[in-house]
Design a protein around this ligand. Sequence first.
Ligand code: T3D
Length: 266
Amino acid sequence: MADEVLLVEKKTGYHVLTLNRPDKLNAFNDDLHIALRAALNDVAADEDCRAVMITGAGRGFCAGQDLGERDFSQSDETPDLGATIEAYYNPLVRQIRALEVPVICAVNGVAAGAGANIALACDIVLAAKSARFIQAFAKIGLVPDSGGTWILPQLIGQARAKALALTATPVFAEQAEQWGMIWKAIDDDQLMAEAHKMMEDFAIAPTISLGLAKYAIHAAATNTYNEQLDLERDLQREAGSSSDYIEGVTAFLEKRKPKYTGKKDT
Ligand code: T3D
């Protein structure tokens, strides 16, 4: 287990994916990219998986690209970073956003470079109070990637996004919460318990409607108001024809807890 770059735990109704290169603050090398892609594909294919948590082993969440793999003392060649973005980082954040189940990021420690923006690509970000988010790119002559230049201004506005991108100032979890960059800052010793509680709730939720809600919120970034209203109508039609909706209303009227299947009706 110790030498696996990604730990995968399959719980009842959800998967937990732990980035596991703690000596490097879980920085990404090719092996970690490949393992995470496969694990997320597995989440999408597993009918019984109704949410996924991404977290990190050790004291960091993720320090972005493993800079040891960009060691210029070992090579005269300038790497084509566009190629690694195309091959790995862009597919990863696209894959996270496209998943039809909630993706929860439990940021257990520092999230830097692509590590910060991968966290922000997740649907709900919980962070330990000691965790910090750093757009570290400016410190090494790079540009924020993994969707950072898109998601940051959406979440915290251009003024803050530009200052973070241009100065690489660390943002601690409580500040990130106050700015609306993340959902919640949590005492360090409570982070994982609270994250698992959230996962257990998602494991018995009306999963299809959550996926549709997520899709609608993403679509709002490019839709007009009228287009969005039309989309909501169509998605509500779809949600309203599900057995989970019937169960939700029936349980409410019968004053009992609903039992959702979270499955598409056949
Ligand atoms: O290249 C491409 O394909 C393009 C894509 C780029 C995407 C990117 O993510 S670019 C940005 C890359 N990341 C960074 O620039 C962050 C580099 N790391 C840091 O600035 C700091 O480590 C942190 C601010 C994240 C944490 O600082 P601190 O003081 O808490 O920890 P530390 O002592 O710096 O790091 C602990 C160990 O992790 C250390 O190893 P050692 O000395 O104990 O053997 C350090 O070298 C290692 N480490 C941290 N970040 C990386 C790393 N090793 C390789 N790559 C890293 N990114």
